[in-house]
Design a binder for this molecule. Structure first.
Ligand SMILES: Cc1cc2nc3c(=O)[nH]c(=O)nc-3n(C[C@H](O)[C@H](O)[C@H](O)COP(=O)(O)O)c2cc1C
Length: 217
């Protein structure tokens, strides 16, 4: 059994990566009797682009039908995860949505599997269970007020269409820097951030662990 976490943050040990690792631990725990391999894929380690609109993946009788024909660093990852038993995506919120790196990755992963038929059916080789962890600076009430969830649902909707409906969790009000005194920050207080880091983030970690467990069960 192979479970992959796809880290859409450039940071390998911060909020998103930490929660993804917890989710992998939870997934591993829930299949303790079976052989299970887990891996975190850090997208910023790879040099790649988004979809180039060549449409080779939709060309009738073409050798790349249903597959991404663009060849770059991410091709091996797309190939590797095509038969995964579960996928857990994670992204910090950048400019109200997922990071550009993850967006490009999702274009390359999902678009070749979407068929331009009347129901936009999916020809993904496997309909594996999926999950999505979003981390962001804003608090939950602001997230709801601004309408971020609409953007997230658009992304989740593509994953659902191609694979399965993702289990979703949010981690809000995240701690961004090691030492707030070194940065110009006036719109929120370090004291409040530190409190959330101490009191809420461990709960988010537990939530991520459970999400991993439920995903596999
Ligand atoms: C370029 C950039 C844009 C960001 N845009 C937003 C945003 O629109 N809304 C928000 O709530 N947080 C925003 N943030 C904050 C991050 O989403 C937040 O700190 C996140 O938890 C960082 O995840 P990481 O620690 O895994 O890198 C932004 C951060 C950066 C670097």
């Amino acid at each position: 059994m192979k479970i992959y976490a796809i880290n859409g943050s450039p940071r390998k040990n911060n909020n998103t990566a930490t929660l993804l690792k917890k989710a992998l631990q939870g997934a591993k725990q829930s299949v303790k009797n079976k052989e299970v391999q887990t891996e975190i894929i850090n997208l910023y380690d790879y040099n790649y682009t988004g979809c180039k609109s060549c449409f080779a993946c939709k060309r009738i009788g073409g050798k790349s039908y249903g597959k991404c024909a663009v060849k770059d660093d991410i091709s091996e990852v797309l190939e590797k995860i095509s038969d995964a038993d579960a996928l857990i995506f994670g992204s910090p919120v950048y400019l109200s949505s997922i990071t550009g790196q993850l967006k490009s990755f999702l274009e390359r992963l999902t678009f070749p599997y979407l068929v331009y038929d009347n129901s936009y059916s999916s020809i993904a080789p496997k309909k594996m269970p999926t999950a999505f962890i979003y981390t962001m600076n804003v608090k939950e009430d602001v997230m709801k007020k601004i309408g971020y969830e609409f953007n997230f649902r658009m992304i989740d909707g593509f994953i659902e269409k191609v694979f399965t409906k993702p289990l979703v969790m949010y981690s809000n009000d995240t701690y961004q820097f090691d030492d707030y005194s070194k940065y110009k920050v006036e719109c929120f207080s370090e004291e409040d951030k530190a409190k959330t880091r101490k009191n809420q983030f461990p709960l988010d970690c537990e939530k991520a662990f459970k999400l991993g467990e439920i995903l596999i069960k």
